[in-house]
Write a protein that binds this ligand. Structure first.
Ligand SMILES: [Zn+2]
Length: 362
């Protein structure tokens, strides 16, 4: 059709929306890899050709079933207690259609600006009533005042979300990864950043890390994701981007029966260090959780100490001395009885220490 754009371009915004966009990409990816592109500059383009409302709904519903064990298929009522309250198959399909359509749904009405994409849309009272954020997304938004910092949504639930952004927000649950399956507490995380390429990569990496162990602490999941990203991409990130990488932690509070949102980020220096691919490569070569942990905690001077004990231990092993269990080297390394490994570490650790100090300007 002439004059109709065939792509939907999406730019990063707040975490809820960003998670929504990544969720939407997962939905679209299920339909076909060629239906979307994550741009090098951090935004997303979705090709509308070949995407139908029906198919998007099916895939979305499938992923939703997988993720939160809820299906809206065939539902025309009775979803008050669902994650997205009071939604039906029909209402969700309407939102999908609004995203795929170019034209505004209303010709007249008052013009309002979307609090996410900043586009304006005509709306009227009855439509607006259905649209206030707290209705559909209440359950997750009441957990997080920081998501829409300009609105006192709890007192005045009037933050406007346009028709195009609505379905996107309804995809936000898809990319969250479960980290612990405790009886009393369910914890899910999503790594947010002001760049969709980075968000996509980091959450994939976090998922891979969590496949190895569900018990990692959040600090380590984020740290390892950044490290792996640096090694994989070998790219430089701007200061603004690095400053705005954070983990959104979603917990289900069983007693209060509500979601709680926490935010976690690493100190600037640590983020900078882990995202430097030379440094990341050296950390990878040392391949020791205890050393990685020291770096994550910013205890850089300990690396110098560790190197001292490495050299000492190499000497002891050469003289066939036994290393006691309480030897200081055990604080830093698991494989302290392996002379080849220690020799290897001794070749990397001093350089790593110097590079880290250079990086943080000490
Ligand atoms: Zn919008």
């Amino acid at each position: 059709m002439k004059g109709v754009k065939n792509t939907i371009t999406l730019f990063p915004s707040n975490w809820l929306y960003n998670a929504g966009v990544v969720g939407l990409l997962r939905v679209v990816k299920e339909i076909g890899d060629k239906n979307y592109e994550i741009n090098q500059n951090g935004f997303v383009e979705i090709k509308k050709e070949g995407l139908t409302c029906k198919e998007i709904f099916e895939k979305w519903d499938g992923l939703t079933k997988e993720k939160i064990n809820i299906s809206y298929k065939g539902k025309s009522k009775g979803t008050k207690g669902y994650y997205y309250a009071n939604q039906t198959e029909k209402s969700i399909k309407e939102k999908i259609n609004a995203l795929l359509e170019e034209k505004q749904t209303l010709r007249k009405g008052s013009k309002l600006f979307c609090s996410i994409c900043e586009n304006s849309e005509n709306t009227n009272k009855s439509k607006l009533k259905k649209k206030v954020l707290t209705q559909t997304y209440g359950n997750i938004l009441s957990a997080s005042a920081r998501t829409f910092p300009n609105s006192y949504w709890m007192l005045e639930p009037r933050e406007f979300v346009c028709s195009k952004c609505e379905f996107i927000l309804m995809c936000h649950h898809i990319p969250f990864v479960t980290i612990e399956k405790d009886k009393n507490e369910k914890v899910e995380i999503f790594i947010n950043a002001p760049d969709f390429m980075l968000i996509w990569d980091l959450n994939k990496l976090a998922e891979e890390i969590l496949q190895k162990s569900k018990e990692y602490e959040i600090r380590k999941i984020l740290g390892s994701s950044l490290l792996q990203w640096a090694i994989k991409r070998r790219a430089l990130l701007g200061a603004w981007t690095m400053m705005n990488i954070e983990v959104i932690v979603k917990r289900w509070h069983k007693e209060e029966k509500k979601w709680i949102i926490d935010y976690f980020d690493l100190p600037q220096d640590i983020t900078k260090i882990l995202l430097d691919y030379e440094i990341a490569g050296m950390i990878e070569r040392i391949n020791e959780e205890k050393i990685f942990d020291l770096i994550l905690r910013g205890k850089f001077s300990e690396l110098e100490k560790a190197n001292y004990y490495v050299l000492k231990t190499i000497l002891k092993l050469k003289n066939n001395e036994k290393i006691p269990d309480n030897d200081p080297i055990t604080k830093y390394f698991v494989r302290y009885n392996n002379p080849d490994y220690l020799q290897n570490v001794a070749g990397v650790l001093p350089e790593l220490y110097v590079k880290i100090l250079e990086k943080i300007g000490r």
